[in-house]
Design a protein around this ligand. Structure first.
Ligand code: ADP
Ligand code: ZN
Length: 715
């Protein structure tokens, strides 16, 4: 009798998150023989409906859960079938982070956990690797040899003798960073970050440093300080392939303590890095978006480089923003966060303005190098040419001087569309409501949204005409024209078409670094992070390309593109120059960018955001309704709007439903509802309730609803 009593009281229940589109956590009974093994953060196999699925233990209770205590009989609670892990895969902080993310982004907890743990080895096969360092090898020495910190060996002497190091020898007292005498701005900024590290509490810093102000050096010193306290550091970067120098600097300085996480790793490399981090073998983790979930045990600092970058936002499925999750992770870990950028997002700058973030500024380039003067060329007067006469002269001059140039156009392919000269017809993608780009070399019309390729039509389907013309320009055309204009110029092109192979970014980058090329042509890939002292000319071929998108961030994007790409010019001893070709020479985003005037831009842009209730003044959630049947999408979106309206939430604006600017993508029709409000909680509640109601009605089977909280794109 006594035994029975005990069994009833002490029965163990496991609350399991299931990676399925269900919101709840499910309760399972833990069979007595598994009780020893059960702990939070381990995976289990459970029966879910008709399937056996892998779930995660998110909490354990030893009482009969109250929902079952009346009416239900205990044996209706299904048992856990097995426990997969000997040690928890995820600690309580990370679990709390995932829980928060699940609620904030309205995405199922189990699926958030699955994303967070996607780097995990499936079995215990991946062990702490003896030699994984080939991952780091490609970064070694790619940078001017940097004196390494004492505990990883390496010597200063050799570094000082090498050419790129001339004039950067440590001198005097002051604050010395292993070879670099830190600038005053770097010293001041570091003092504040170190104070926060010493305080050992959660603080967010916005490091606003112009291009070439030496932010990387600040990051490394902050990490080092943090390592001294026995804590690990995480550095998020927008795209690994585009930041080889940043990684090189870290690898040269911290050696094998560095782990690199990115999508270019093979599956087993990724698992090895994961294990190395989890076991404490690497305590400086550099990675893209998903590295915010790296299994670092004790992070003391999280750095988000280029915090304004849109690539931190995942654009499908679990639509999280890694920057925001990183801040939350820092908060939950009592760590310090540093957001770095030359062009902070309006949101972050606003947070600094209202005192939520600590504002740190480095307004000058290293060695007081000037920011390059920007010249605007008005295309309205002369019509569009890919490379105007003025730009051509400047390019020739660089070639004569043995200097390098960078040409930026945010469009790949030969031209954005084909046009029938007889009737004006433009071929559309069969799956999407957009015109596919013309790619000359592969002789195809290629849709950049669904990847569909078709041969360019010989005869116009509308008028039987045969004269098709390629209008506008993409990077492929720029390369062709430049070859015609200056046959002897050595060209590299960096866009998605030239970088499909592994390590191709690296090769292109090396070719520029070794001065084997005179000019680099590229899409937005070339705007980020490159620190090539040979580049003294930057040409923006069509600044308007990003300006006229129907998205409230298009001015901000344009400002960021121009400022960032301009920042690649004149980073060495020779002063740089920037030439911007545009049809909108009076647009404020272009004018402020050309004057290197962030504050001016911020002021004007934030007035516009405020007037129209956009972030950072209001929060936005976008509800995207999509499906293959246009009518069902319409019905469902109207119904969803009704459900929202019925709840009569105050202080929330609801716009739409209207067709999304891309009204059809990958064969799915798309409509959206945009919601704006000041209070993220009430927005969140309203949407959660509406979704529940909508799904309960259950008659919108072939329509999907996606919730995008803090969307980066409204297209
Ligand atoms: P940012 O990320 O702010 O654009 P980087 O960190 O790439 O700038 O630094 C620009 C250049 O200045 C790099 O080549 C870097 O090695 C160099 N640098 C950084 N700090 C110093 C310093 N204190 N003294 C001399 N050179 C420095
Ligand atoms: Zn398409």
């Amino acid at each position: 009798m006594k035994l029975l009593r005990q069994r009833i009281i002490y029965d163990m229940y496991l609350h399991i998150a299931i990676p399925r589109p269900v919101e709840d956590v499910f309760t399972y009974r833990c069979p007595p023989e598994l009780e020893e093994q059960a702990s939070i953060g381990k995976r289990v196999i459970v029966q879910f409906g008709r399937q056996k699925v892998t779930g995660f233990i998110t909490s354990i209770s030893e009482d009969i859960p109250h929902i079952f205590s009346s009416g239900h009989k205990k044996r209706e609670i299904k048992p856990v079938l097995s426990i997969l892990d000997t040690a928890p895969l995820i600690d309580e902080t990370m679990l709390a982070l995932c829980k928060w993310a699940s609620e904030y982004y309205l995405f199922p907890f189990g699926m958030v956990l699955k994303t967070a743990l996607s780097g995990i080895p499936e079995d215990k096969a991946a062990r702490y690797p003896k030699k994984i360092h080939h991952i780091l090898d490609m970064y070694k020495g790619s940078e001017a040899p940097h004196p390494q910190i004492k505990n990883t060996g390496g010597g200063l002497g050799e570094a000082q003798n090498s050419l790129p190091f001339k004039g950067r020898v440590r001198v005097g007292m002051g604050s010395i960073s292993d070879g670099y005498l830190l600038t005053e701005a770097q010293t001041n900024v570091l003092l504040q970050i170190k104070a926060s590290i010493a305080a050992g509490e959660f603080r967010v810093h916005l490091l606003h440093g112009v291009t070439g102000s030496g932010k990387t050096e600040v990051y490394m010193n902050a990490i080092e300080e943090n390592l001294k306290n026995g804590k690990a550091g995480i550095v998020l970067v927008p795209e690994i392939a585009l930041t080889p120098q940043l990684i090189s600097r870290f690898v040269n300085r911290f050696g094998e303590r560095v782990a690199v996480l990115h999508s270019g790793l093979t599956h087993s490399e990724r698992q090895q890095e994961w294990v190395r981090i989890a076991e404490g073998g690497a305590d400086v983790v550099i990675g893209v978006r998903s590295a915010v979930f790296a299994p670092v045990k004790n992070p003391g600092i999280i750095i988000i480089d280029e915090e304004h970058e849109h690539s931190y936002k995942q654009e499908d499925g679990f639509r999280y923003n890694a920057r925001d999750l990183a801040i939350m992770r820092a908060k939950l870990s009592g760590a310090v966060a540093v957001l770095g950028s030359a062009t902070p997002s309006l949101e972050s700058y606003y947070n600094a303005e209202i005192g939520k973030y600590i504002y740190l500024s480095m307004p000058e380039r290293i060695n007081k190098r000037p920011l390059p003067p920007v010249k605007i060329i008005d295309l309205r007067k002369q019509g569009f040419s890919v490379i105007t006469q003025e730009l051509l002269e400047a390019l020739k001059q660089r070639l004569t001087n043995g200097e390098q140039s960078l040409l930026f156009l945010n469009r790949r392919g030969f031209s954005p569309f084909l046009l029938c000269l007889d009737c004006g017809h433009t071929p559309l993608c069969v799956n999407c409501s957009v015109s596919p780009a013309f790619h000359k070399k592969e002789n195809s019309l290629h849709c950049h949204y669904c990847d569909y390729r078709m041969p360019p039509p010989a005869i116009c389907p509308q008028c039987n005409g045969t004269k098709f013309k390629a209008f506008g320009a993409g990077t492929e055309r720029v390369e062709e024209e430049l070859k015609k204009l200056i046959p002897e110029i050595r060209i590299e092109r960096m866009d998605r078409d030239t970088t499909s192979k592994r390590h191709s970014h690296h090769r292109i980058f090396k070719s520029m670094e070794n001065r084997e090329a005179d000019v680099l042509i590229g899409t937005q890939m070339v705007t980020k992070g490159l620190d090539l002292p040979g580049i003294t000319l930057v040409g923006v071929l069509l600044a308007d390309a990003s300006l006229h998108l129907p998205d409230f961030r298009s001015a901000e994007r344009t400002f960021q593109f121009i400022t960032q790409v301009a920042g690649r010019s004149g980073r060495g001893d020779t002063a740089g120059e920037v030439i911007v070709q545009t049809f909108s020479p009076d647009h404020y985003s272009i004018l402020y960018a050309s004057n290197h005037d962030y504050q001016g831009f911020y002021k004007e842009e934030s007035a516009f955001r405020k007037a129209l209730s956009y972030p950072p003044y209001k929060r936005i959630v976008r509800i995207l309704i999509k499906g293959i049947n246009q009518e069902s999408v319409e019905t469902a979106s109207n119904r969803f709007k009704e459900i929202i309206d019925n709840q009569k939430a105050e202080g929330i604006d609801v716009l739409g439903p209207v067709p999304a600017p891309f009204m059809k993508l990958r064969n799915k029709f798309r409509r959206h509802i945009i919601m704006k409000g000041s209070n993220p909680k009430s927005l969140n509640n309203l949407i959660r309730n509406s979704l529940q109601y909508f799904h309960k009605e259950g008659r919108h089977g072939n329509v999907q609803i996606e919730v995008d909280v803090d969307p980066m794109s409204l297209l």
